[in-house]
Design a protein around this ligand. Structure first.
Ligand SMILES: Nc1ncnc2c1ncn2[C@@H]1O[C@H](COP(=O)(O)OP(=O)(O)OP(=O)(O)O)[C@@H](O)[C@H]1O
Ligand SMILES: [Mg+2]
Length: 164
């Protein structure tokens, strides 16, 4: 499956979507989060961490100043935020590729800032405001592994969330 669109009607629902995804994300995977300020990227990350690294889920916060927060746990979560990054050099200096080879999950907010450096196989999630507490959440799989992952997620999600 290449694409899935879900409507979220509350922050709790967005977090639950993240939790659902976090429960099936394999080690070494990368989730690229895109979309406007306040779209729900950090909220979704909270959900992923609560499934993958429940010991540290309370630590999830926007790492805008730190660029990366690490949440140790069963499956460690590396939470990046590229909002403030200005150039490819700054991104290269981070050496974030090394985290991808590790045993955890990488989540990148504002991944638009480094689209060309993303691994070929990854899952992108875009958050679009559509009035008050509603968000259109668009999942797009690039590569075979992510397509298989998205198909699995869709099967789990269809019992819980309104697919559009
Ligand atoms: N359906 C929804 N899903 C997620 N957040 C929602 C929803 N409805 C309202 N909100 C609110 O929108 C805000 C989302 O904030 P969050 O920090 O997750 O966004 P973000 O995409 O990480 O923003 P930024 O680009 O600033 O990092 C929160 O204040 C949350 O309460
Ligand atoms: Mg954020």
């Amino acid at each position: 499956m290449k694409r899935l669109v879900i409507l979220s009607c509350s922050p709790g629902e967005t977090e639950a979507m993240g939790r659902q995804l976090g429960s099936i994300l394999p080690r070494g995977s990368l989730v690229a989060l895109r979309g406007e300020l306040g779209g729900g990227k950090t909220c979704f990350t909270c959900g992923i961490a609560s499934a993958a690294a429940p010991e540290s889920a309370h630590l999830v916060a926007s790492p805008t100043f730190a660029i990366m927060n690490e949440y140790p746990g069963t499956v460690p979560v590396y939470h990046f935020d590229f909002y403030r990054l200005s150039g490819d050099n700054e991104i290269a200096e981070l050496g974030f590729e090394e985290y991808l080879q590790g045993d955890g999950i990488c989540i990148i907010e504002w991944s638009e800032r480094l689209e060309e450096l993303l691994p070929k196989d990854h899952l992108a999630v875009t958050f679009e405001h559509c009035g008050d507490d509603q968000r259109r959440v668009v999942f797009e799989a690039a590569g075979q592994e992510s397509e298989a992952l998205l198909a699995r997620f869709a099967t789990l999600a269809k019992f819980k969330f309104p697919l559009t």
